[in-house]
Design a protein around this ligand. Structure first.
Ligand code: NIG
Ligand code: FE
Length: 400
């Protein structure tokens, strides 16, 4: 049992049962000033404003927030942090103007990471990945999704899924696992043979993963491939789709058709994608870190919200298109580049991102009964200031 008192701003309060916020509701969140919050058995037991009831502020188990802000920790619903080595050797090609597709066509890109991962021992892969997981947790991420997709053959895909399981078992953050066998065509396979190989991997992958993902985009997997793969996964793995990063791919529509929990990227979308998402349970998820790193357009988050949809933001932390898992930078880009208000962007990196990985019953807001997975800031911070003054250190402590 412990009490946090003298909280300057308690931000991100939501009533019980709100699993995502959409449209105008994305621009609202509950705030209390001069507040306290009580934690019991790792969960939020109660909170309020003013003097905490029936507790001595000097008890050993209480913590003086010194006027800092207390908010839900960041939820990152899209990462590829299990990878080997890095792709810094391609950085110069990128600077010299080669596109993501051109680098991939030269044998760089995902296949480059795959070759390295296939040569890397499982323990080593775990250790390399844990460096990134720890970095993310230090920066306030309390729940994350991690994808496979650099194995690209049955053995190495399962190696990745085992590493993700091991991470889940060793860290205090929540971890969800996604089978992304369909990331690109594995070495030695024809396109057709690899799609079949992915389908054949599904039953085993379903023992290890929560979700299935397909990179449904120009030059990678078609709508027809995606439809076949998701049909084979029906009842075993819920979809989360890479869609509309490189082209208007049809990935959103095929994802919605199969009840995807989220469709992610969305750098290139028309009004048809917005229309397809209306009334669905699918969370549009944008990844401003890859727009930033690849020089792609930013997603049309404002238009989605105007259409009554919710938007989630995630880091896409990976070696090729977003070598950063800094969710505070994602939040800031949501405001600066996508013109979300600080509260809209905050909801996008907390509650809506938790929803996009099936965790919003437990994470993503200040709600009685949810996990006390929280960020306590230094004094003087609020939701606007963490986005505006986007590089100054602000975290005092992260609670898991
Ligand atoms: O989400 N777009 C496909 N997959 C990743 C990039 C993976 C990589 O380049 O290693 C992404 O951007
Ligand atoms: Fe991705």
């Amino acid at each position: 049992m412990s009490l946090i008192y003298n909280i300057g701003v308690l931000a991100g309060i939501q009533p019980e049962g709100v699993l995502r916020v959409e449209g105008a509701a994305q621009g609202k969140t509950g705030i209390l000033e001069n507040a306290w919050l009580q934690i019991e058995n790792g969960r939020i037991a109660c909170f309020g404003a003013g003097i905490p009831p029936c507790h001595s502020e000097r008890s050993e188990e209480s913590l003086d927030a010194n006027g800092g802000m207390l908010m839900p920790g960041f939820c990152d619903s899209h990462t590829h942090i299990v990878y080997a080595g890095s792709r810094d050797a391609e950085f110069l090609d990128k600077i010299n103007g080669l596109s993501y597709e051109e680098i991939a066509a030269r044998g760089g890109g995902i296949l480059n990471s795959s070759d390295l991962l296939n040569r890397t021992l499982e323990d080593d892969l775990y250790n390399q990945s844990m460096v990134r997981v720890k970095e993310m947790m230090e920066k306030g991420t309390v729940a994350m999704e991690i994808k496979s997709g650099y194995g690209l053959n049955p053995d190495a895909e399962m190696k990745m899924l085992r590493v993700i399981r091991r991470i889940r078992e060793t860290v205090p953050a929540a971890v969800k696992s996604t089978f992304l066998g369909a990331h690109t065509i594995g070495r030695g396979y024809s396109h057709k043979a690899y799609v079949q190989a992915v389908i054949d991997m599904i039953p085993e992958a379903a023992k290890w993963a929560d979700f299935i993902d397909v990179f449904c985009d120009e030059g990678f997997f078609t709508v027809e491939d995606t439809d076949r793969i998701l049909s084979a996964a029906k009842g075993l793995l819920t979809p989360k789709i890479h869609a509309n990063e490189l082209a208007v791919s049809g990935g959103v529509q095929v994802g919605v058709k199969h009840g995807a929990l989220s469709v992610d990227h969305l750098e290139r979308t028309t009004d048809a994608e917005i229309e397809a998402l209306r009334g669905s349970a699918t969370m549009p998820t944008m990844l401003p870190g890859s727009s930033f790193f690849l020089g792609l357009p930013y997603g049309r988050a404002r238009d989605y919200i105007k259409a009554g949809l919710g938007v989630a933001l995630a880091s896409d932390y990976n070696p090729g298109s977003s070598p950063s898992g800094d969710m505070r930078f994602v939040l800031a880009q949501g405001c600066i580049k996508m013109r979300l208000t600080p509260v809209e962007a905050f909801n996008a990196v907390t509650l809506n991102s938790a929803y996009a990985m099936g965790l919003s019953r437990e994470y993503g807001s200040i709600t009685v009964g949810k996990k006390a997975a929280l960020i306590l800031t230094e004094p003087g911070w609020d939701l606007t200031k963490i986005a505006y003054q986007y590089q100054s250190p602000f975290i005092r402590k992260v609670f898991f």
